[in-house]
Design a protein around this ligand. Sequence first.
Ligand code: SAH
Ligand code: SF4
Ligand code: F3S
Length: 449
Amino acid sequence: MTVLQKVYIKNYGCQMNVYDGQKMADLLKPHGYCITESPDDADVAILNTCHIREKAEHKVFSDLGRLNVLKKDRIAAEARDMLIAVGGCVGQAEGAEITRQAPYVDMVFGPQSYHRLPEMLAQLEHKVKGKRRRIVNTEFPVESKFDFLPVPDETQVSAFLSIQEGCDKFCHFCVVPYTRGSEYSRPALQIIKEAKHLASIGAKEITLLGQNVNGYHGEGIDGKEWSLGRLLYDLAEIDGLKRIRYTTSHPLDMHDDLYNAHRDIDKLMPFLHLPVQSGSNKILNAMNRKHTADEYLKIIERLRNARSEIAFSSDFIVGYPGESDQDHKETIALVERVGFIQAYSFKYSPRTGTPASALLTQVPENVKSDRLAELQNSLNTLQLAFNETMVGKIVEVLFDRQGKAPQQIIGKTPYMQSVTLDGDCSLFGNFLMVKINNGYNNSLAGELI
Ligand code: SAH
Ligand code: SF4
Ligand code: F3S
C-alpha cells in the first residue's frame, strides 16, 4: 500500500487565492497526496501568498521562518524532510529572490502556473542523491491553467468560481497587474459547466471571482463575446443555484447589460462590492482610477434605479501620496453620501515597482493612522445603523458554518451579514427564514420562524 503524502496549504489574501488553494488540493489528491490542516506532520507545505501590502508580505516571511524550524527539527528527529513551497502573488513577484532570502525554500511558483504542481513536486522528489534541487517557476505560461484544473468532488454550500483573472488597469498603487498578469476571461461554456457541476454536488450560492470580474469578456456559447451581464443570465438558469454574487468590480467596467442583470435576475443578490478607494478627484486621478467621485455616485444611483433594495460595500486607501486633509474630508463625504453597509479600508502601503511608491509626497504614518481611524469610525457607524434596521425583519439566511458555541450555527443574509442562531449542522445548506432580534457591529442574531 502506498502511503499518502500529507500536504498543508495556507492561503493568504483575496478570495481568488482561496479558490486557487482549493484547486491545488484537487490537483494533488489523485497523485497520492492528502490534505492536512497543520504543518506539523506535513510532507509538503505550500504557502499560497499575497503581495498586496507590505504587511501581507512580511507575514509570509515570518511564517517561512517558522516552517524552517519545523523542517530542521523534523530532519534531526526523524530524518524525514518537509518540502516548502511558496506559491501565489509573492512567489510571482519575488521569484528567485525568495530562495536567496530563504534558501530552505524548495519551490517557488506563481498564480498562473500551479496547474503544474503535481509535475513540479514529482521533479523535486527525483532529486539527484545528496544534491538539493530547487524549482522556480514564475513564467506566465502560454496555456490557461483553467484548461488543466480537475473537476472537484466536494464543494462548500457557498462556492467560489474564478471566471476572470489578471488586470490591465495599472492603478498606480497596485501590484496585481504584475502578480496575476494581464486580463484573461474564461470561455462561458467552461464556466457554466463548472457552475452546474458545483450545483450538482451541493453548492447553493456561487460567487464569481475576478480581479476585475465585471470586465469579463469571454467567448460566449454562441461564439460571440459575452459580458458579465450576459453570462449572469445563463448562470441564473441553473436549477440548484439560488444565489449569485460577483466580486471584485471596477467602476469603469459597469456596462448596460450588468445594470439590466441587476434589474432582471432575482438570484443576483442585492449587494455589490464596488471599490472606490477615495472620494477626492485629485487623488482618484493620481491613482490612475480613470473616473471621478461624481461618476462613481452616478453608477450607484443607476444601480439603485435598477434594483431599489441594493446596498454597497467598498475598498478605501487612506494616505495615498499627496493626500491632503481636504482630500480625506472628501472621502468621508462620499462615504456618508453612499451609506456603505460594509467596507475594507487600508493605509496606503508603498509597493516596490509601482509608480506611487516613487512619489516624494508620501504621507507620514501617524497621519495615515489618524485618517484610517476617522474613516473606520464613519464606516462602522453606517454598518451598525444598517444592521440595526434589520431588527424585527424576517430574512432569508443560508446556513453553512458552525458558530463558536457548540449549539450555534452561522449563515449569511442576502447582504452578506452573518447571522447566528441556536441550531445544529443538520440545518447547513438550507435557506431558512429568520426573525432578526439583534443587530450588532459585525453580525445579527435571530430565531427561526
Ligand atoms: N481590483 C480591485 C482591487 C484588488 S486589490 C479594484 O480595482 O478595486 C484589493 C484592495 O486592496 C484594493 O481595492 C485597495 O483598496 C487595496 N490595495 C491595493 N494596493 C494597495 C496598497 N499598495 N496599499 C494599500 N491598499 C492597497
Ligand atoms: Fe489593482 Fe487597480 Fe487592477 Fe484593481 S483595477 S487589481 S486596484 S490595478
Ligand atoms: Fe493578494 Fe494576489 Fe489577491 S496580491 S489580494 S492574493 S491577487
